[in-house]
Design a protein around this ligand. Sequence first.
Ligand SMILES: NC(=O)c1ccc[n+]([C@@H]2O[C@H](COP(=O)([O-])OP(=O)(O)OC[C@H]3O[C@@H](n4cnc5c(N)ncnc54)[C@H](O)[C@@H]3O)[C@@H](O)[C@H]2O)c1
Length: 252
Amino acid sequence: MTGRVAVVSGAGRGIGRAIALALAAQGRRVAVCDVLEAEAADTVAQVAAAGGEARPYVVDVTDSDAVQRGYLAVVDELGPVEVLVNCAGWDKFLPFVDTEEEFWDRVIEINYKGVLRWVHAVLPAMVEARWGRVVNIASDAGRVGSSLESVYSGAKGGVIAFTKTVAREAARAGVTANVVCPGPTDTTLLRDAASSRGEEAEKFIGALTRAIPMRRVAQPEEIASAVAYFCSEEAGFVTGQTLSVSGGLTMA
Ligand SMILES: NC(=O)c1ccc[n+]([C@@H]2O[C@H](COP(=O)([O-])OP(=O)(O)OC[C@H]3O[C@@H](n4cnc5c(N)ncnc54)[C@H](O)[C@@H]3O)[C@@H](O)[C@H]2O)c1
């Protein structure tokens, strides 16, 4: 397994960064992809400091050409991609009636079509090589809904259904596709969502935390370890699954 190339989208910070570090610790060469150049470079520096190998790639998942170019650059510089983790994501907390089509498009372009673009670029070579691991990061919002996250919940639900279908289509080629659903996790995304509530930010985080049986939010590393399992050699017979890592928030 050592040396397999892993692409991680949205690896510039938060959960994606923790995934890049976890995969590099397993000996993977990691393509750290993000729209934020400095953040991607920081992740690469952290991987190197931990003794791993990584390279940064500036790739905006809303741009099909950029994804295709990024994919070709990774293959050229690191080798065939055998692991793909789609972690890039974005949302803003708003009641559905206050949202407009421009906002819907942005949420869907990043959270849903971004996943499609990367899988479309990477899957043919995985199928040909008869080995591959795809892990898409959705959200518990995509399983049970989440107030103020209507369009995002729909996009994440779409990611879950899409992944199951890819899992079926690629199974005979030895390629697995699975989903990890984080619950509330201590990252910029959650902090920005909370701070958009102004003075109510602390109340908002408090309410979220009380809904979680373990009474705390996740740390990014706790999500990354679940992703690392799905990417492992040992998980070769596990496909089409959706795993929540959310302190018991959802149990169905
Ligand atoms: N933090 C949470 O509470 C939580 C809960 C459930 C699911 N998630 C999901 O986990 C994933 C990671 O989120 P996070 O909490 O680490 O957020 P984050 O904001 O800390 O990190 C997201 C990363 O995605 C990158 N990104 C955003 N738009 C991009 C684009 N167009 N192209 C390429 N990269 C882009 C950002 O630059 C950033 O580095 C997302 O898919 C998110 O929806 C997070």
